[in-house]
Design a protein around this ligand. Structure first.
Ligand SMILES: [Zn+2]
Ligand SMILES: [Zn+2]
Ligand SMILES: [Zn+2]
Length: 272
């Protein structure tokens, strides 16, 4: 079983937006408080697994973070995240990477570098954006994140679970979504190539970008995301990367059965 925790369900500005007095930004519904987009995936060994299997999984990867959002520290505290065994990066827009320094705390607690997986373009971009991490200065005050980088060149396995990278388009920018078993996380996209639809065949639980109702040049709208969920025939779809245009309760009430807005702290359990 994998357990998915939505650490952040908001768009790059977060909700509430600074200085905004709209109904959603002023809402008292906690589901309308959205930090920047990220999820945590925990691999939970089946209780009936043989003892040697449980031990093997326990000693290997069991907590996978997708993106180091601007709000990583806040999210880790809010969700009591105490361990990260691997990080997968979708792309390097600021809302997805600017919490990277908060990885230091996990390095301290785990006394190890954390493996990071991204496509070669994203790794090169991370290197350019964070030269202080990858070309460290001679004197380091508060410490540096310890990351070991692995370029993604196809499906790979972590903690006994296959991870299938899903090529997507975020406007003109190629980005990655990720599939684990019957679950897929497709943030920051507004086009899915046919070959990637084939990779998503059989997905039952989907988290997908749905910024707002109106079309956007780089993000799916609510209608477009719902159409993707329908085309894939998923059982459950959760929308993420949500702007302040969408109030949780009213928007979810108007969505088809099995489709709802994600929210910060949402936990989804998925059978493998
Ligand atoms: Zn984003
Ligand atoms: Zn607002
Ligand atoms: Zn983006």
């Amino acid at each position: 079983m994998i357990r998915v925790t939505v650490l952040g369900s908001g768009t790059s500005h977060g909700v509430p937006a600074i200085g905004c007095d709209c109904d959603v930004c002023r809402s008292t519904d906690p589901r309308d408080k959205r930090t920047r987009p990220s999820i945590l995936i925990e691999i939970v060994p089946a209780p009936e697994a043989p003892a040697h299997m449980t031990t093997r999984l326990a000693s290997a990867v069991r907590a996978i973070l997708i993106d180091t959002s601007t709000d990583l520290r806040t999210q880790a505290l809010a969700n009591n995240v105490r361990r990260i065994d691997a990080i997968l990066f979708t792309h390097t827009h600021a809302d997805h990477v600017f919490g990277i320094d908060d990885v230091r705390r996990f390095n301290q607690m785990q006394k190890a570098a954390i493996p990071c997986f991204a496509d070669p373009g994203t790794l090169a971009s991370l290197h350019r954006m964070f030269t202080y991490i990858f070309e460290p200065p001679k004197q380091v005050g508060g410490g540096l994140p310890q990351l070991s980088n692995f370029p993604i060149a196809g499906a790979f396995s972590l903690g006994g679970v296959e991870i299938v990278p899903i090529p997507l388009f975020h406007g003109v920018l190629p980005v990655l979504g990720f599939r684990l078993g019957s679950f897929a996380y497709l943030t920051d996209c507004n086009r899915i190539p046919d070959q990637s639809f084939a990779l998503l065949d059989g997905v039952k639980t989907l988290i997908i970008d749905a910024l707002r109702r109106r079309p956007h040049p780089t993000h799916f709208s609510v209608g477009e995301a719902a159409a993707v969920a329908a085309r894939l025939g998923v059982e459950r779809a959760y929308f993420t990367h949500i702007s302040h245009d969408l109030g949780h309760a009213a928007t979810t009430a108007a969505l088809p059965a099995g489709v709802e807005l994600a929210y910060d702290g949402l936990v989804i359990e998925v059978a493998e």
